[in-house]
Design a protein around this ligand. Structure first.
Ligand code: SAM
Ligand code: SF4
Length: 347
């Protein structure tokens, strides 16, 4: 991948310390860091059952390399880093990496997305390393449905992981449920009860056409509007838009009366949220991905391993951000999708 330098990005020192603003005036403050493309699950909407394509071992960035890039992003105004994957907890040195990132001036929010399987073991060291909050994927509370979706997941371990995150004081703990027609949509209400009873935020997610599983995931697409309709019917007039929660994030949040837990619906396909997009993604092999719905990306590994200075790397990052598109082009039939798997891009 070539790192281009668009004409509106001068390569002088002043630019190098400037915050990152894309061509549409969106300030980039959020980095999703995919620390590995490996996973202990094979969720059918994300990875094929067999023959998943993984990056070459030699291309994976070390902790020192990842931390250096994150430090540069922090110096360019990134405030929030989310550790994701693949499954981030299968990277054995994750707590060390988290500790390094959490210590960079400017990073005031370090969070984690996980399937929860290994969280019982790692919640404590990660909390100590500075991970304050966590999103845990939980698509079903029925062991058979959970096993069918994840192909290799253990529901009991995930429930233990949720308890461990709460016990070490991660807050908020959010649950993410990908809703799929005919597979787990009958659990919309049960999941709502489960989350609200524990004071956990819950986000329902529409399937997105990403990577080699795009068609499979869109074959069971369940639109956000239908999820909301079901919730309104179930929760009645008590379900109201949550106050002060409409930030740059993709979810639209609701709450029950004045209760603490929030419920959100992420509708990337049926109602996109690109206008407020403040994020980019960095893969474990050092590729900067601008949009979940576009394949365009830039390798930061090449200049990093060529021995580029911090200043040159910042210039490369500025040049890359100038390529962020206005919006994604997901199409409901699964076409127009990014070719990289979600597990590599960092969902
Ligand atoms: N392994 C971790 C997990 O499952 O939470 C982190 C990485 S995963 C790629 C991040 C999020 O992407 C998860 O909530 C997952 O459910 C979601 N995801 C993966 N593929 C998706 C798809 N095709 N459509 C919608 N969400 C998807
Ligand atoms: Fe793994 Fe997360 Fe993808 Fe499931 S959604 S296969 S847990 S990366």
């Amino acid at each position: 991948m070539i790192v281009g330098t668009p004409p509106n990005v001068p390569g002088n020192r002043e630019t190098m310390t400037q915050v990152l603003v894309d061509p549409f005036g969106r300030r980039i403050e959020y980095l999703r860091l995919s620390v590995t493309d490996r996973c202990n699950y094979r969720c059918f909407y994300c990875m094929p059952r067999k023959g998943a394509c993984f990056g070459n071992a030699g291309d994976f960035l070390t902790n020192d390399e990842l931390a250096r890039l994150v430090r540069l992003f922090a110096e360019l105004g990134v405030r929030h880093v989310r550790l994701t994957g693949g499954e981030p907890l299968v990277r054995r040195d994750l707590a060390e990496l988290a500790g390094a990132i959490g210590g960079f001036p400017g990073i005031d929010d370090l969070s984690l997305s996980t399937n929860g399987q290994l969280l019982g073991r790692y919640a404590q060291p990660l909390r100590r390393a500075g991970v304050k909050r966590v999103n845990i994927s939980l698509d079903s509370l029925d062991p058979a449905v959970f096993a069918h979706i994840s192909r290799s997941g253990d529901l009991v371990a995930v429930l233990d992981g949720i308890d461990a995150a709460l016990a070490v004081g991660m807050t908020p703990v959010k649950l993410n449920m990908v809703v799929m027609k005919g597979i787990n949509d009958r659990e919309i209400e049960t999941m709502f009860e489960f989350a609200m009873a524990r004071g956990l935020d819950l986000r329902y997610i529409e399937t997105m056409p990403v990577g080699p599983q795009a068609r499979e995931s869109m074959a069971c697409h369940y639109p956000a509007a239908s999820i909301l309709k079901r919730l309104r019917r179930y929760a009645g007039a008590g379900l109201v838009p949550a106050k002060g929660s409409r930030g740059a994030g993709p979810a639209r949040y609701y709450q029950i009366g004045s209760g603490p837990a929030k419920v959100g619906v992420i509708s990337a396909v049926s109602r996109h949220f690109c206008a407020g997009c403040n994020r980019v993604r960095l893969t474990a092999t050092g590729e900067l991905v601008f949009c979940l719905g576009r394949s365009d990306r830039v390798s930061l590994r090449e200049p990093l391993r060529r021995g580029s200075s911090d200043a040159d790397l910042k210039t490369a990052i500025h040049a890359a951000i100038a390529r962020k598109p206005r919006r994604h082009d997901f199409l409901p039939d699964g076409t127009g999708a990014i070719s990289l798997p979600m597990s590599r891009v960092g969902g």
